[in-house]
Ligand binder design. Sequence first.
Ligand code: MG
Length: 203
Amino acid sequence: MKIICIGRNYAEHAKEMKSEVPTEPVFFMKPETALVRDNMPFYLPDFSNDMHHEVELVVRISKTGKNIDEQYAHKYYDEISVGIDFTARDLQMECKKKGLPWEKAKAFDNSAPIGKFISKKSVADTNAINFHLDINGKTVQKGNTKDLLFSFDKIIAYVSKYVTLKTGDLIYTGTPEGVGQVKVGDKLTCYLENENLLQFEIK
Ligand code: MG
């Protein structure tokens, strides 16, 4: 399986990063070794001094597809969860400055904690899902999919032009504004609407 991540998919986050608001989706990938399941802790790696949280809704691909038409894209995912796209912001800034790819800042092992999946059917409207991240009981990021620059269906159509999607692939759909640094001892809790789907500690 593979993990596809969408960058700059909420305008306010693009602004806080002083990035342009994109006119087409920006995507990158993480390897399977990025996943952290079952609320296991996240260990701060020693290669970064500025590890940032990015809370994101994650969709799970449910059948193989290539060149998927946007109007059928909803048939290609069946479950949704919440995850963190951990980003070594200091390394990413270096890469951006040099015009290099972001992989070492984004795709390192354990950079993608993932929560418990729920059925898409249990969500009333996938274009109006609230989600948020609390750190030590305080809300630091919150988003709603109505503010996505590119909807789940648009993302699936776009990515599948370039990369075949397969059952079990995950798409991290982008983070809203409010990204920031995590520290040892922080307790992160991620909610889809009011349901806690992921909680873990920084070590
Ligand atoms: Mg992200």
